[in-house]
Write a protein that binds this ligand. Structure first.
Ligand SMILES: NC(=O)C1=CN([C@@H]2O[C@H](COP(=O)(O)OP(=O)(O)OC[C@H]3O[C@@H](n4cnc5c(N)ncnc54)[C@H](OP(=O)(O)O)[C@@H]3O)[C@@H](O)[C@H]2O)C=CC1
Ligand SMILES: O=C(O)CCCC(=O)O
Length: 488
């Protein structure tokens, strides 16, 4: 299937391995389909361990030369990459919508969001400051310098096919690292388009490889390699835990952005209309397929009915359809497995007494379209309370006291994002500090931005992406003990 692109070269049916483009074909390649129509968009090569090792070897060579360049020079290349992404925003968004399903406007938003990480880290590249500490002896000084980790392997998911790559690649290249990337099988074309633009921006051959194909083989080659110094992964906690174990023998550094089970709390002193707006974003962004999506919505008893009514009225106005059509807010879910999980969660909740006040079933459009759904009367024994739905289902739980809702919110093995709405300043501080999460949104449903440290605690992962801390995740501190500074 052909897309109507200004720059058709961005939709390349090929992978980039150590500076060498390898074409995919219909006989041996992996088919990529459009979730809105089931139509095959194209093929990428089915690569494995051999090509991954080739990419890692090339990365090792390219990284040395890249790290030796000045930070200002690396920054200029990244800035060109950012400019190219923005100049090609509409084409990149079309590719993203075609393979992932999110509406075009949301896809264009993701391209701008993804590009903002390249812009931010182009700026941060020049600020990898070390420090000098007074020595422990009169003739000594303690120097800390920051150096790139080296070769980084990255594995990324389908829900943000652009931004989850740039949030890793930006700091890696800014720091002076090289990267071998395995994008998600469902959404490789967005990654490949990024590689086309990276080449054009002047990223040297071999510094950035995009290896498509067999996840396990590619992942194993990455984790077994003694050359790879860091693995960065965004995806399910299950796969993240496997990769964590696979990295143990070579003691790699790890960046893990894993699952969440975000609470979204509405206190009775909240601005209810603002809370509804926030819930729509926090719950339904990307059709609920975001690890920071609100998974459990807790509403204080006295405002429960009013909130449920307002939320249902708002969501009912938001149209579902093919993401290329104007005004669409809900695209298809990524695949049949996603629909099945959503269906199971709704069935489990209703079988235990929840009421469906909106949606609750597959959409009349068929395929993987699902009706945005709101459930009331939800209780803690239901699957939606403990498992990440990763779909357009908003389960509304009732609570009575602050202490109760904080305890309920923290009663999970996950700790990524959390949200609450309140106008009481003392409560804002208290609850922000009490939530066991890496991120807390107060009176907002959208917390993601390149300037902020994104990441989780507990089984939601390790490390931070974005912000100045995101650069540190790709740097090692080297301590130099400078002796022999005798008095004159
Ligand atoms: N935290 C987050 O942002 C995300 C969370 N999820 C959660 O995970 C669930 C399942 O989604 P799914 O796409 O299957 O997520 P996965 O964790 O399976 O996939 C994420 C990435 O890991 C790769 N991968 C899978 N298995 C291995 C392996 N053994 N070794 C190396 N790489 C591997 C995938 O490759 P390939 O695509 O080729 O299989 C993909 O690139 C979702 O329903 C959601 O709950 C999903 C995506 C993102
Ligand atoms: O689901 C994810 O891991 C992507 C998070 C998107 C965001 O940055 O908000």
């Amino acid at each position: 299937m052909t897309l109507d692109l200004n720059n058709p070269d961005l939709m390349r049916e090929a992978a980039l391995v150590g500076g060498r483009w390898i074409a995919g074909d219909a006989t041996t390649g992996v088919a990529v389909t459009n979730p809105a129509s089931g139509v095959v968009l194209g093929y990428v090569p089915r690569l494995g361990a051999a090509e991954t090792l080739e990419a890692i070897d090339a990365a090792q060579v390219a990284q040395k030369a890249w790290a030796a360049r000045t930070a200002k020079d690396r920054s200029a290349v990244l800035r060109r990459w950012f400019d190219l992404m923005m100049a090609n925003q509409s084409d990149l968004a079309q590719i993203l919508t075609a393979e992932q399903g999110k509406p075009l406007a949301e896809a264009a938003g993701e391209i701008a969001y993804g590009a903002s990480f390249i812009e931010w880290f182009a700026e941060e590249a020049r600020r990898a400051y070390g420090d000098i500490t007074p020595g422990h002896a009169p003739d000594k000084r303690i120097l800390s310098v920051k150096q790139p980790i080296g070769v980084v392997a990255a594995i990324t998911p389908w829900n943000f096919p652009n931004a989850m790559i740039t949030r890793k690649a930006g700091p890696a290249f800014a720091a002076g690292c090289a990267m071998v990337l395995k994008p998600a099988g469902q959404t490789p074309f967005s990654a490949i388009a990024l590689a086309v633009l990276a080449e054009e921006a002047g990223l040297p051959p071999g510094l950035f490889s995009v290896v498509t194909g067999a996840a396990r083989d590619i992942g194993k080659a990455m984790t077994d390699s003694p050359i790879v110094q860091k693995l960065t992964f965004t995806g399910s906690t299950e796969v993240g835990a496997k990769l964590y174990a696979q990295c143990a023998p070579t003691i790699k550094k790890l960046g893990l952005e894993l699952g969440g089970n975000a609470p979204f709390i509405v206190f009775d002193d909240a601005d209810l209309d603002a809370a509804v707006e926030g819930a729509v974003i926090a719950k339904f962004r990307n059709n609920g397929q975001t690890c920071v999506c609100a998974n459990r919505i807790y509403v204080q008893l006295s405002v429960y009915d009013a909130f449920a009514e307002k939320l249902a009225a708002k969501v009912a106005t938001l149209p579902t359809g093919n993401g290329v059509d104007k005004g669409i807010v809900f695209g298809p879910l990524i695949d049949e497995a996603a629909v099945q999980k959503v269906d199971e969660h709704v069935a489990d909740a209703t079988s235990k007494g929840a009421q469906v006040i909106l949606g609750g079933k597959s959409h009349a459009l068929g395929g993987t379209f699902y009706e945005p759904t709101i459930l009331t009367g939800v209780t803690n024994d239901m699957a939606v309370a403990t498992e990440e739905t990763f779909g357009p289902v908003a389960p509304l739980f009732k609570f009575e006291t602050e202490a109760e809702v904080v305890a309920l919110s923290n009663d999970t093995e996950f700790g990524l994002a959390s949200y609450f709405y309140s106008r009481d300043h003392a409560r804002v501080w208290r609850v922000s500090e009490a939530l066991d999460y890496g991120m807390v949104g107060v009176n907002t449903g959208l917390i993601s931005t390149a300037e902020a440290p994104f990441g989780g605690v507990k089984q939601s992962g390790l490390g931070r992406e974005g912000s100045r801390h995101g650069l540190d995740d790709y740097l090692e501190i080297k301590y130099i003990c400078l002796g022999g500074i005798e008095e004159a």
